[in-house]
Ligand binder design. Sequence first.
Ligand code: PHE
Length: 356
Amino acid sequence: MTDDLFTLRAETEAALREAADVRAWDAVRVGVLGKSGTLTALLKDLGRTPAEQRRERGAALNRLKDELAAAIEARRAALEEAALEARLAAERIDVTLPPRPAPAGLIHPVSRTMEEMAAIFGAMGFAVAEGPDVESDWHNFGALNIPAHHPARADHDTFYLPPAGPGAAPPVLRTHTSPVQVRSMLRQPPPLRIVTMGRTYRADHDATHSPMFHQLEGLAIGRDITLGHLKGCLIDFLRSFFGIASLPVRFRASYFPFTEPSMEVDIGWNRRTGELGGGGDWLEILGSGMVHPKVLANCGIDPAEWQGFAFGMGVERVTMLKHGMADLRPFYDSDIRWLRHYGSSPLAPAMLHEGV
Ligand code: PHE
């Protein structure tokens, strides 16, 4: 091998060592073996070599070409390997690190109570029904035996909405969930067993009243449903919901335009400690009664053939009693600290007191 070839080999090897990435490496490769590369040029010049040296020079050039091609290829493999190592190092994860805490939402106490109510009444064969928040005067009042100028209207502090036209009765934000009873009876022939839970509205605001609150309503219609069924159903519900097998329950004669007879229901508690159960005092908790024959007739059901019971209660009220909460207002404040305290895990099953 002549000096110029030694030099070319040394220079190429040095350039390859210096080539730190594939681009630099490729520049070296093209500079030596490319169309106008140094070695290619030497091979082209072979013709001008004196005849007696040509064989030897040709053999030396070809050996060098093989040698450099192998060196170039080896460098490429090394660079690729190094690149892979660097990537693996950069993408390394420590699988032993504890996971970051994922923010988990909590179920609002009102939602949780409604889930529990649906579960308890569902087990008794009640289906869940729904209705709109904006109701016609007829669905909210008229069909329920509360005609215009009926004194019961004054109790409801109704939000009236603009009427559809002159002379039309203004729609209302439903003041109770009872219009869902009306809609259920109109939609589906008896027998019928439904509960409904949802928002209700009354123009009233203090520590225990909110202009928007939630009610649970129930309705059972059959050929021979009696007051006994009403009592059994509500006693079972209340004892199950509050988780107190011996919870005293009292039915007290009352008045609602849409039920006859009507009864308010009280549960036992201790007025001094606020504890529910056999404390010797009574706390009013819900309204109920046998559906008024006029209401059945208004909803297309023959009161000579069918009868049934209905009940309604405030969702926030029973939630506050169950969990010992004093103030209604934080329910709607969206204060995350309150929700963390009173909210429940979406993964925990609704608290049911089976066998109570
Ligand atoms: N709708 C009544 C209220 O809001 C509750 C109720 C429902 C009473 C069904 C009796 C029967 O006060």
